[in-house]
Design a protein around this ligand. Structure first.
Ligand SMILES: NC(=O)c1ccc[n+]([C@@H]2O[C@H](COP(=O)([O-])OP(=O)(O)OC[C@H]3O[C@@H](n4cnc5c(N)ncnc54)[C@H](OP(=O)(O)O)[C@@H]3O)[C@@H](O)[C@H]2O)c1
Length: 339
């Protein structure tokens, strides 16, 4: 199967290889590769994505794919130093005494001596121990006794070990980031959060930019991931028109000889953010790799009209933690579900 949008048109613009400078001085590519799901395919897919030119790989302890990612990196033949590799701590490893051991577990599985970026996956802390989702007899989540600030201070220490080049956060509210800024001496290098044409978060993005925090967009294709259609968090809202079926993105794509998916990714890059689409399909990976091109301001303005503040990733009910409390896209929350 191949994409219907591979044919170049008269308007095809040169594909770029944008990268940005983090507040640590390190460079991060604009285009990256997500590894959530499909564990059996990840080793080969990561290897092929790197061989095709991807240089930013996003993974996480809780995805259970770090071994596959590590093997994929080796298989690709691409030197480790040329790859920006990020992983995430999971919430049961947030106790300050557990953080370095948890990182060491990730490094062992990734078969590398360092990661370029370590993120705190969510601000909520779960009970320490081997259980990733610790619940009591009534099925209620058991939270940890330390806070995300304690975890952050332990992560700060890791930057001095050489095992972590930069630290950042994911799924934090503005207030939670403000707390980190007040109570620690390290500004997060990255906030990885849900951003796509349906959830643009303009004010929050601008605030993060002013603070020197680089945004990495997860789910950059919006509700493409079947996971959102199946999980109780977002089941109903995820059934709205898929982002890549939006006529506006199709029309803009035709102008540049690009697919709607490429337009959605280019929109993020033209906003100076990184994007980490996940795919295990070769033509889609290739399409995503050719998604770094300049969009004219009129086209950016048209994409701005698609902002319906639709948040698909909201496990607040499950985690029993009101996530994104001061952000857009939770207005219609009912019993933890969005809209
Ligand atoms: N920090 C967090 O809490 C968090 C949360 C969610 C995701 N993430 C990260 O972000 C990554 C991406 O997120 P996501 O998977 O939710 O969303 P996504 O990348 O926006 O969407 C993935 C889906 O789109 C499909 N796809 C990819 N490229 C395509 C293309 N060019 N044309 C048509 N379909 C395409 C994929 O298909 P196939 O699978 O069939 O290839 C997959 O079903 C994850 O892998 C993970 O690394 C982080």
């Amino acid at each position: 199967m191949s994409s219907a949008y591979q044919q170049p048109s008269a308007r095809t613009l040169t594909t770029r290889a944008t990268s940005y400078t983090l507040n640590t001085g390190a460079r991060i590519p604009a285009l990256g590769f997500g590894t959530f799901q499909d564990p059996d395919s990840q080793e080969d897919t990561v290897a092929r994505a790197l061989q095709k030119g991807m240089r930013l790989i996003d993974t996480a302890r809780v995805y259970d794919v770090e071994e596959q990612v590590g093997r994929g990196i080796k298989k690709s033949g691409v030197p480790r130093k040329d790859i920006f590799l990020g992983t995430k701590l999971w919430c049961n490893d947030y106790h300050p005494e557990d953080v370095e051991r948890a990182l060491d577990d990730s490094l062992r599985d990734l078969d590398t001596s360092y990661v370029d970026l370590l993120l705190m996956h969510y601000p909520c802390t779960f009970k320490r121990g081997p259980d990733r989702f610790p619940r009591d007899a009534n099925g209620r989540m058991i939270h940890g006794e330390t806070t995300y600030v304690d975890t952050w201070k332990a992560m700060e220490k890791l930057t001095k070990t050489g095992k972590v080049k930069a630290i950042g956060v994911s799924n934090f509210s503005k207030g939670e980031i403000e707390t980190l800024l007040k109570e620690s001496s390290t500004v997060p290098a990255v906030h990885q959060m849900e951003v796509h044409p349906y959830l643009q978060q303009n004010e929050f993005n601008e605030w993060l930019r002013e603070k020197g925090i680089h945004v990495v967009q997860f789910s950059p294709l919006g509700n493409m991931n079947e996971f959102y259609r199946q999980t109780g968090w977002s089941k109903e809202i995820a059934h709205m028109t898929r982002v890549i079926d939006q006529p506006i993105l199709k029309e803009i794509g035709q102008k540049y000889g690009k697919s709607p998916a490429q337009v959605a990714l280019a929109w993020g890059i033209n906003k100076a953010r990184s994007v980490i689409p996940k795919s295990v399909v070769d033509w889609q990976i290739e399409e995503n790799l050719s998604a770094d091109f300049e969009l004219e301001s009129d086209d950016m303005a048209r994409i701005a009209t698609l902002d319906m503040k639709a948040r698909f990733n909201d496990p607040s009910l499950d985690y029993e933690w009101r996530l994104y409390s001061d952000l857009e896209g939770i207005e219609g929350t009912m019993r933890g579900r969005t809209h």
